[in-house]
Ligand binder design. Structure first.
Ligand code: PHE
Length: 475
């Protein structure tokens, strides 16, 4: 079947698009929150080890699968397993997951848009007040921003791979890095910032627990856009002359650097604005944490640059976060869309419009889980607490399921894709790959401990999240 799949215009195009997908709210919002609530430096260390030894091999596997089959996840799995129904199901899981992620991601992106507009209109003082975040997200005005966001997102998606995703990512990455470095330099001059720096950089191993390990692995998967078919889909747009390993390494490095820098900005700020912060108090932090501390950082700049200057800096920063979120959101939605185009032969336009309707409906429900609807706010009880519809989606699809999809990808590449299929695909455009240390490592690790770790973390995440019981305590 001749399908016009679109292809990235160059190797740089792939790197930018994949980094554009990877760098998003996961790095700038979720990572600092996770690091503060899970012991700071210990979390950072486990996170980096996971990225290097577990996630990077899974990233390579996903991209290789995509390039080899030229399909989105369902097609990729079923193609290489000769249509085996179990594997088709695995591919479907890799479609439902990004869809659900898109739902709660849309809601958080709307919050960022509101912050951006408030900062532009001089409302920084108000944003920095603790109560303003919960009032804001519980108000029906979010829907005005919601509609505008949906028009932007689905408009970009109609433009296709090259026109839409690549162009946006090109300017964003460098500006974001420069901005983060500037803000870190400022935050580190604040009083008591060094306490946060110590918490973030000097590990206290007594804080290590099963929950820290779960959180680090789930966060790494989420942040690298892994375990949800996105890299399979992007791999299918990857040219055969290009080297997968080198490009992937850059994406993983860029993503991890942005997360690290976001932590380096936020953690010292927390300790500086609240000198009495006790690491134990941080264990219950939620996403609201960052939405309170960010405006405070900007507000404290007024002593140096005045209120107007501080508002300008805040505006630029929120604009960058907003665009980072937008590129990620667009990339998540690319998966169910590519699926409809590949498997159901829908036109791209039709697939985009159907997804727009579906995602918007679910996202409206998720947005109403912050007080607007009692039913959705107190949707379900698990893990020892009342959870909203939004919590249920965010917990399940960002903190539990990804390592499981990663596990399936490993098992598939190691045991189903026979005759060294993965090595051979990674060697296309990269003749030195076969026999390299990385090749040997992948051959060994993907068959043995990587799937074991992924499966264990998945099971333990289910246990911790839904039943408040850490299996690590049993050992
Ligand atoms: N990786 C993105 C982030 O860190 C989120 C994302 C998830 C993007 C899933 C694509 C797919 O924000």
């Amino acid at each position: 079947m001749a399908i016009d799949r679109g292809q990235f215009s160059s190797r740089l195009g792939f790197i930018l698009a994949a980094a554009g997908s990877a760098v998003g709210l996961g790095n700038l919002v979720a990572f600092p929150v996770m690091a503060s609530k899970n012991g700071g430096a210990v979390f950072l260390l486990v996170y980096i080890l996971f990225v290097a030894f577990i996630c990077f091999p899974v990233m390579l596997s996903e991209i290789a699968l995509g390039r080899h089959t030229q399909r989105s996840p369902v097609g990729a799995f079923s193609n290489l397993s000769a249509g085996h129904s179990g594997w088709r199901l695995a591919g479907k899981l890799a479609i439902v997951t990004p869809f659900m992620i898109a739902v709660f991601y849309t809601v958080v992106t709307v919050w960022i848009a509101i912050f951006l507009l408030r900062a532009v209109s001089g409302g920084l003082t108000e944003l920095a007040e603790e109560a303003s975040f919960s009032t804001m997200i519980g108000s029906p005005t979010v829907f005005i921003y919601f509609v505008v966001l949906q028009i932007m997102v689905f408009g970009i998606l109609l433009g296709g791979v090259k026109g839409g995703i690549e162009r946006l990512a090109r300017v964003l990455m460098p500006s974001l890095m420069v901005m983060l470095l500037g803000l870190i330099a400022f935050v580190l001059t604040l009083d008591n910032a060094s306490a946060g720096l110590r918490y973030y950089l000097i590990p206290d191993f007594s804080q290590l627990s099963g929950s820290v390990v779960n959180a680090a692995l789930n966060q790494a998967f989420f942040s690298l856009s892994l375990g949800m078919g996105i890299l399979i889909t992007y791999g299918s747009y990857f040219g055969r002359k290009d080297r997968i390993v080198a490009s992937t390494r850059m994406v993983a490095f860029a993503d991890t650097s942005v997360a690290f820098l976001a932590g380096l900005m936020i953690l010292p700020a927390i300790f500086s604005f609240n000198p009495a912060t006790n690491p134990e108090d941080l264990s219950s932090s939620s996403i609201g944490l960052i939405f309170t501390y960010l405006p405070q950082i900007f507000l404290s700049m007024q002593t140096v640059v005045g209120y107007f200057g501080a508002s300008v800096v805040a505006t630029i920063f929120f604009a960058l976060v907003f665009f980072a979120a937008l590129t990620s959101l667009v990339s998540i939605l690319e998966i169910p869309i590519a699926y409809m185009v590949d498997e159901w032969s829908f036109s791209r336009r039709k697939a985009v419009l159907i997804q727009a309707g579906l995602v918007s409906s679910f996202a409206v429900l998720a947005a109403m889980s912050f007080g607007m609807s009692g039913f959705l706010t107190e949707f379900i009880t698990y893990g020892g607490g009342q959870k909203s519809f939004f919590d249920l989606l965010a917990d399940t699809f960002s903190e539990v399921i990804l390592p499981f999809v990663g596990f399936l990808v490993c098992i598939f590449c190691a045991y189903r894709w026979k005759n060294g299929g993965l090595s051979a695909e990674l060697a296309v455009g990269d003749s030195g790959f076969i026999g390299s240390a990385l090749d040997k490592y992948l051959n060994f690790a993907l068959r043995t401990f990587i799937p074991v770790v992924l499966l264990f973390v998945f099971i333990n995440s289910v246990s911790v999240k839904y039943f408040a019981f850490d299996l690590v305590g049993l050992f």
